[in-house]
Ligand binder design. Structure first.
Ligand SMILES: [Zn+2]
Length: 298
């Protein structure tokens, strides 16, 4: 039934919450050309519960809706953003017993235009490193501590990945590299469960993709969103040097299946990079966005 989720409920922890069937919010992000990661936040109108604070667009789930549907519907109502331009990826559930709040991660390729409705004093794409400077809605403040997005840089050994791809070379080196480049562009601004050097995982967003190309592949035309590393001599040396530099700036995933090279990358980054094989990357590229209901970190 339309809006059958509207109402107050007391959770097992003794709080009072809005949403008889729980609530959901959309954590939608984008990445600027310079790599700045931004999330769309709503400055709540003064008359709202916790007015004047900043939080995610979202609200009560109706009984017939998935959490993804609820988050997207509420966000579209409150921001007028084009929901067809949002790719839903993961969810994070904060379960209080008798009531839960689900954060739905959404990727947007650009800072989509928004129009505030009467519940919003303002809507803003806020740089993630500024979020904690704002007066946050208490619920969002609690959630943000758990879901805050980590910027991730991915470095790809293009020749090695193509070598692991069935029929990877059928268009010749430059053509095959261009085809891989089209796929790698899809990684940009994407939510990713990211491996870490110690094999735990964080949820982050890919803010930069660096592609190392060598030999005949250097003539390939790659999408502008990718950072090209054209190796004048050895692609391996270029991959090691780039990884060493990039590991100083933040979280890094390096993709190559070459065992010897993996050891060199680990040494050059002083263990600061997660090194994964081509199979890991191909699996990530195969994962389509979804809107199916699910629970927990998927
Ligand atoms: Zn509660």
């Amino acid at each position: 039934m339309e809006r059958d989720g509207n109402g107050w409920v007391e959770c097992d922890l003794g709080h009072r919450h809005w949403g008889l069937h729980g609530a959901a919010g959309l954590l939608i992000h984008t990445v600027d050309a310079d790599g700045t990661l931004r999330v769309l936040l709503q400055h709540r109108a003064d008359w709202c519960h916790h007015g004047g604070t900043w939080g995610l667009p979202g609200g009560a789930r109706d009984s017939h809706e998935s959490v993804e549907e609820a988050a997207l519907r509420e966000a579209v109502e409150e921001t007028a953003l084009d929901g067809t331009k949002v790719r839903l990826r993961h969810t994070f559930v904060d379960d209080h017993g008798g009531w839960s709040y689900t954060t739905v991660y959404g990727d947007a390729l650009t800072a989509l235009p928004t129009v505030p409705n009467e519940e919003s004093a303002a809507l803003e794409w806020v740089a993630t490193d500024r979020v904690n400077n704002l007066p946050l809605h208490p619920g969002f403040g609690h959630t943000w501590a758990q879901v805050q997005l980590v910027p991730i840089t991915v470095v790809v050994d293009a020749a090695n990945v193509l070598g692991a791809t069935p029929n990877g070379w059928w268009k010749g080196r430059a053509g095959a590299t261009e085809q891989l480049g089209q796929q790698l562009a899809e990684l940009h601004a994407r939510t990713l469960h990211t491996p870490t050097p110690d094999d735990s995982a964080v949820t982050g967003v890919v803010t930069e993709v660096h592609v190392v190309v060598e030999g005949a592949a250097r003539s390939a035309q790659l999408p502008g969103v990718l950072h090209e590393v054209r190796a004048p001599e050895s692609g391996d040396d270029a991959l090691v040097a780039s990884s060493g530099e990039l590991s100083k700036r933040g979280r890094l995933v390096v993709v190559t299946s070459d065992r010897e090279l993996r050891d060199r990358v680990t040494a050059a980054t002083e263990g600061g990079a997660a090194v994964r094989g081509a199979r890991w990357l191909l699996d990530v590229l195969d994962q389509a966005p979804h809107s199916a209901p699910e629970t927990g970190l998927c």
